[in-house]
Design a protein. Structure first.
Length: 441
């Protein structure tokens, strides 16, 4: 019969007390050490600011170390892809713009490029419309990265960065409102071109922004890059190397921060990106710090692209000439900042009855798209945004499916979090920049 090396422990106001009668201390307490014996399951979520939406993380903790992490998505599901099957092809722009609501222009452009490829009119899109698309996308890329920088700064304790990031984003949203009538969810990029031309007032605002933003980027670096806490919270945190990124299908700044210069604007150009001068920023550490540096550098490259696009804006139409696809008159913003101007309505009503009927049928019923299926991928702020569009020859999509980078990139969360500290889950998750509106579409 064996005897215990110690008496039964007893609880006191100071915690457990052991009366040791012999043996090694580590052996005495190891059997009842809660850190070794007990694992705690913690629900982080289903809401958290670093995710730009509603995400639930189930974390199994051993002390402060994450042993297992699981992502639960779907809380923000809107059924947008299914809804597209019950709307005509042009109305689809109004739905897809609401998916990743931080980069609506990219959602619209990818969709429009897919529909145009099905229609066979890709080469017919006017130069001005294509240039406007590039201009709007790069402004949108900057605004999206500013939200990432602002919210990640807040997550890691840099509250000032939250204020500054949203302050500069307001400049871009004001430009978008001047051009489209809306700050977000524009439905501006449409199959065949864009809804309306860029006014001169917007050009002036963009020029002012180009003069302002480089100074602000320098301020962000002065605020964060040399800050010891920021460096400590981001360096060697949530590391994901190139091999892991490729294996998981991770794209965008996360992949480029691991050293692979994969950017669809360079590797598989669209919208004439091959004719623009810009670099693809990369880093080699594959950590949160690297993703921060890559996104800062990408904003500077986007400023270069915006300036080049402005210089290329030559007078011309912003919609294809095919009247079976293009609306008979250009849209114009009304006095309320939305809808149609009286001049636009008068132009339609003043034309022939046949023209009015054609306009009515084009708006309500839509145009027919030849049967077929296509895939189009573009480089969104979060990575490869792909559209798989299928037509059965009707006026509505048979199926539209998005390859959404937020959904794909979230696969990396367990790989980044497991084995690390629970505090680093926040930094790692935020560095993915997931937008749940795109993930749960």
């Amino acid at each position: 019969m064996t005897t215990s090396n110690y008496a039964t422990e007893r609880e006191t106001t100071e915690g457990k007390v052991f009366t040791v009668t012999g043996g090694d201390w580590d052996q005495v307490v190891s059997g009842t050490d809660p850190i070794n014996d007990e694992r705690i399951v913690v629900n982080m979520g289903p809401q958290h600011p670093s995710t730009h939406g509603v995400l639930r993380l189930i974390l199994e903790l051993e002390g402060e170390t994450v042993r297992e992490a699981r992502s639960v998505v779907g809380y923000l599901h809107t059924g947008i892809e299914k809804n597209l099957e019950f709307r005509n092809w042009v109305q689809g722009s109004t739905f897809v713009t609401r998916m990743d609501y931080l980069s609506p222009i990219f959602n619209e452009t990818a969709y429009a490029l897919a529909v145009e490829k099905l229609l066979g009119v890709t080469d017919d899109i006017t130069e001005r419309a294509t240039t406007i698309r590039v201009l709007m996308m790069e402004l949108n890329r900057i605004s999206s990265h500013l939200v990432w920088l602002a919210t990640t700064g807040m997550e890691l304790g840099a509250i000032n960065m939250m204020l500054y990031g949203f302050r500069e984003r307001e400049y871009i949203l004001d430009i978008f409102e001047t051009i489209t009538g809306l700050r977000m969810n524009h439905a501006y990029v449409r199959p065949g071109g864009v809804a309306q031309d860029v006014p001169d007032d917007a050009i002036r605002k963009i020029r002012d922004f180009l003069a302002l933003m480089p100074k602000k980027l320098k301020e962000y670096e002065n605020l964060l890059s040399g800050q010891p806490i920021w460096i400590e919270r981001t360096t060697n945190v949530a590391v994901l190397d190139t091999t892991a990124c490729v294996a998981l299908g991770i794209t965008g700044p996360v992949l480029r921060s691991a050293g692979l210069a994969w950017d669809l604007r360079k590797t598989m150009p669209y919208c004439g990106y091959e004719t623009y001068e810009f670099d693809v920023p990369t880093h080699t550490d594959g950590d949160v710090w690297g993703r921060y540096l890559v996104r800062l550098a990408e904003m500077r490259e986007s400023l270069k692209l915006v300036e080049q696009a402005l210089d290329r804006l030559k007078p011309g139409p912003v919609m294809v000439s095919d009247k079976k696809i293009a609306w008979p008159a250009q849209l114009a913003i009304g006095v309320d900042g939305m809808g149609n101007s009286l001049e636009h309505v008068a132009k339609i009503m003043g034309q022939s009855m046949e023209s009015l009927i054609h306009h009515f049928k084009l708006v309500t019923e839509g145009f027919r798209v030849p049967p077929g299926q296509v895939y189009v991928g573009i480089e969104s702020p979060r990575g490869e945004l792909g559209v798989h569009a299928v037509s059965d020859g009707g006026t509505r999509p048979y199926r539209v499916h998005y390859r959404e980078p937020s959904f794909v990139n979230l696969q990396a969360l367990p790989a980044m979090a497991e084995g690390g500290l629970i505090a680093d889950v926040i930094a790692g998750g935020a560095s993915l920049d997931p937008v749940m509106g795109g993930c749960d579409r």
